[in-house]
Ligand binder design. Structure first.
Ligand code: AMP
Ligand code: ZN
Length: 441
């Protein structure tokens, strides 16, 4: 990569001096606080912290006066407790993937969608995508933000967009071949899965026109990136986002692939120690915390992502003013990401423990099956049931599977065990055994 490969989408926003960026952040933080005070949730939360007007924020340092916001706060304000504008002004909502029961919902006004679109267009342009590209979006469309998020950005760029959605490998290949797709957007595990299916489809990489993949929604290592790049002979760019901060388009790699630029004119970034909650310096690893700067419908202040990373202290060769974060190291909580879908073990527990046939103990095993994640739910059943006909056992297995699929959209392998056969730990129960390799760079 050389300087001639650098393409800016919005030179003013990407190259402004740092002082100007910080000035804009303070102005937009005040507006965000003003909007937040209109919500049922923040008017109370901020008042408790002594903030009743945007004038209580006079510098960016005052950010630390503002309490953190968590996923639980979003859940407890469901459905409309975090809405800052009249419902008539909202044109769309998204909800976090995998979370049913009480999802976390984010609302958008027309202007919010416009700002998000600009950010995703900017992100894609930073990787070199242009209007000459054919962009096949393999992320799921719907409440999950991955599909629609980059879809709008790619259209804004003027690329030819194929809204393929997730899954259906056969069709993905057909679309790729017929329309000479040059850029795809998918989870890294799906890209590996795709490669493993090439042979079955009697297809060779050389028959494809693929040049780039934008990969995100789940953690992956530098080695996985290289593997995908080598297998397909393409460039892979890391894309980071979360539905609470719109979705994709929060942080993106540029052509130099040396960390992801956080679009700091739209998101105020902090890295905190997840235990002491104190802000950390650039270079120190901690939990990412974001404040929305450009969103009216659902302003979020100091949102704790639970994602672990650090800020690179040096500047990127591309010259963008926006600081870069390292690829995500992991999460501070127990959320599992199964093929890009977020699942809390507690959600599985909730579903299976509702069933009278299921005993008291259960275990969740997550492993790799080829390129994809496989989840196995092991449960104990009552002794009486176990001595019965195996046909009954199969029925229970099916029922567990169906209930999990219906309520949290996962299709696990289900294993039934006799009472007392699953391990019981002495301290805290170990419910999840995640044996997926954690590749370190
Ligand atoms: P969701 O709100 O469903 O979009 O899920 C967002 C979460 O997915 C983030 O908080 C991260 O834990 C994870 N995630 C998204 N993009 C990446 C990425 N590029 N690398 C690692 N984890 C990611
Ligand atoms: Zn850069």
């Amino acid at each position: 990569m050389s300087r001639s490969d650098i393409r800016y989408w919005n030179r003013k926003a990407e190259l402004m001096p740092r002082e100007e960026l910080l000035k804009g952040q303070l102005r937009d933080l005040k507006t965000t606080v003003k909007m937040a005070l209109k919500t049922a949730f923040y008017s109370k939360r901020l008042a408790e912290a002594g903030i009743t007007s945007p004038e209580d924020i006079t510098s960016l340092k005052d950010l630390t006066k503002i309490p953190f916001t968590t996923k639980d706060d979003l859940r407890s304000s469901y459905p409309y407790g975090m809405l800052a504008v009249p419902k008539e002004e909202v044109i769309r909502l998204h909800a976090s993937s995998g979370t049913t029961g009480i999802p976390t919902v984010i609302y958008h006004t027309e202007e919010d969608i416009e700002n998000w679109t600009e950010l995703t267009a900017r992100s894609m342009a930073a990787t070199g995508v242009t209007r000459a590209d054919v962009f096949q979006n393999m992320m799921s469309y719907g409440l999950f933000t991955g599909g629609l998020g980059l879809h709008y950005g790619a259209e804004r760029l003027g690329a030819l967009v194929i809204p393929a959605g997730a899954g259906n490998t056969k069709r993905q290949f057909k679309l790729m071949r017929d329309f000479q797709t040059t850029v795809v957007h998918a989870t890294p595990s799906y890209l590996l899965h795709l490669y493993s299916k090439l042979e079955e489809e009697e297809l060779r990489v050389s028959e494809l026109s693929l040049k780039k993949a934008l990969a995100g929604a789940e953690p992956y290592s530098e080695n996985i990136r290289k593997k995908i790049e080598n297998l397909f002979g393409i460039d892979v760019y890391n894309s980071y986002g979360l539905s609470e901060m719109n979705g994709p388009g929060v942080a993106f790699e540029c052509v130099f692939k040396s960390g992801m630029h956080v679009w700091e004119d739209a998101f105020l970034l902090e890295v905190i120690d997840p235990h002491t909650l104190k802000p950390l310096y650039d270079g120190d690893e901690g939990e990412l915390v974001f404040t929305t700067l450009k969103r009216s419908a659902t302003p979020l202040l100091r949102y704790r992502t639970r994602d672990l990373s650090r800020v690179f202290p040096d500047d990127c060769i591309c010259g963008r003013v926006h600081r870069r974060i390292e690829r995500i190291k992991g999460r501070t909580d127990d959320m599992l990401i199964i093929n890009g879908v977020n699942i809390f073990p507690s959600q599985i527990e909730e579903v299976i423990m509702k069933m009278p046939e299921v005993g008291t103990n259960y275990q969740i095993v997550v492993e790799k099956a080829g390129a994809l994640d496989r989840i196995t739910v092991k449960t104990e059943v009552g002794a009486k049931i176990f001595s019965d006909d195996t046909r009954d056992l199969n029925k229970i297995k099916e029922k567990i599977k169906n209930n999990l699929r219906a309520s949290i959209s996962i299709s696990p392998v289900v294993e039934l065990h006799e009472p007392g056969m699953l391990p019981v730990s002495e301290g805290k129960a170990v419910r999840v055994i995640d044996v997926r390799p954690r590749e370190r760079d």
